[in-house]
Design a protein around this ligand. Structure first.
Ligand SMILES: [Zn+2]
Length: 413
């Protein structure tokens, strides 16, 4: 058989995805596999076992990133890398992240069973804590690996119960000996579900994003004055939750007011003491702003911030704002993006040049080496929810694109 006729085994990919979906399975058909939890450990153990079955050289670094290296003919050359993440959102879906890891595994299994030896080595990766929902921020371990984030800072991140990141990494047995620092990589591919409705709407099967939008995260803390709700008149109240309510709507109205490519969301809120008969005196909420244009996102934030300060002053609720995290928009390598479109075309898959609205480990990898992503459709554009779904034949198609992209890159001088 000629190399160009090589295809992945879609049935085997589906079975591997099925096995992974059992770990942390939720009643609604999703998965709950938070980073560094027992479920994350079980998924990692299963993954590492599969890497060993096809004779990969497995290493774990001090951030818990797992690498499986497949030797090539010229092992002094930087490898081609492909991967994603096995952790999930709370009650998240069965495809987010894991498809990119199982897809890359399926590529390596296909090469293994066909005894294909590439010029360059190939490395498959599971990045720790892509989701950032248990320990903020997201993509923290690829960020440390790429040199963009500090490891001690990452180690000291805590979850809502006060557990430290490093302690949990040790607890599940995945604080590895390898140092978490980038080595030379020829290029990086990340295969992922789209997590939006564009491919489905356009009737396309494969998406090749030209890059990832910028991502700005903020934390807002408001103080009010607690009091018994019955005897306290409405005038003169300092209700921190009402101040937050106005601010949340200001965030929601931001994209329409500012125009251009922009989305803005408040997704998390905590109120204290959270009692029906006490005026709320402490509120914390988050703001997420994304755009293809970094300056536009910053201008939008500055506008929102102005609104917040006005609302806080008017309601007599002191405000504290933390600028938690900013990642610039990340244009991918044009040559690799074109390669993905070309391969999709060659394989007969309708394809689309687009933008990724979600952050991925690929955005940090893009700082280290030429990077590109492969998207397949999310049914009804739903993601980070239990009903997240992608057709199995689409999963297989994306893995075939990954297979040929990896093989082409791995033959390069
Ligand atoms: Zn993901």
């Amino acid at each position: 058989m000629e190399i160009k006729d090589l295809r992945v085994n879609g049935q085997r990919l589906q079975e591997s995805m099925g096995r992974m979906a059992e770990i942390g399975a939720t009643p609604g058909g999703g998965v709950h596999r938070l980073t560094l939890s027992d479920e994350d450990k079980a998924a990692r153990d299963l993954f590492v076992g599969w890497l060993n079955e096809i004779d990969l050289d497995v290493t774990v670094d001090e951030m818990g990133n797992i690498f499986g290296r497949r030797a090539g003919k010229s092992n002094g050359l930087p490898p081609v890398m492909a991967g994603s993440h096995v952790d999930s959102q709370p009650s998240g879906g069965r495809f987010d992240g894991i498809l990119g890891v199982m897809g890359a595994l399926e590529v390596l299994r296909t090469l293994h069973e066909n005894s294909v030896v590439t010029r360059r080595p190939i490395v498959i990766t599971d990045w720790t804590n892509e989701e950032g929902s248990r320990f903020a921020p997201a993509m923290v371990a690829s960020g440390v690996w790429a040199g963009a984030l500090n490891i001690d800072w990452a180690y000291n991140r805590t979850d809502v119960n006060g557990n430290r990141f490093e302690d949990e990494l040790i607890r599940i047995g995945y604080k590895g000996p390898a140092s978490c620092a980038a080595w030379p990589v020829h290029c990086y591919y990340e295969y992922h579900i789209e997590q939006g409705p564009i491919l489905e709407r356009e009737g396309k099967l494969i998406g090749a994003p030209k890059g990832i939008v910028c991502l700005h995260w903020y934390d807002v803390f408001l103080e009010g004055e607690a009091n018994q709700v019955g005897p306290t008149p409405m005038e003169g109240r300092h209700d921190a939750l009402c101040a937050a309510a106005e601010m949340i709507l200001a965030v929601n109205e931001l994209p329409e007011r500012m125009g251009g490519n922009l989305v803005a969301t408040v997704g998390e809120i905590r109120t204290h003491p959270n009692s029906r008969n006490i005026i709320p005196d402490r509120v914390h909420f988050t703001v997420d702003i994304r755009s293809w244009d970094d300056d536009h996102a910053l201008n939008a934030w500055n506008s929102a911030r102005g609104n917040f300060e006005e609302i806080a002053a008017r309601r007599g609720c002191p405000i504290k704002i933390e600028e938690t995290w900013r990642v610039q928009h990340s244009p991918f390598d044009e040559k690799l993006v074109q390669r993905i479109l070309d391969i999709a075309g060659y394989l007969g898959y309708p394809n689309l040049h687009m933008v990724s609205g979600a952050g991925h480990d690929a955005s940090y990898m893009n700082q280290v080496c030429p990077t590109a992503m492969i998207f397949v459709p999310s049914i009804r554009g739903r993601s980070h929810v239990e009903v997240e779904n992608t057709r199995w034949e689409d999963c297989e198609a994306g893995a075939n694109v990954l297979l040929h992209a990896v093989m082409q890159s791995a033959e390069e001088e």
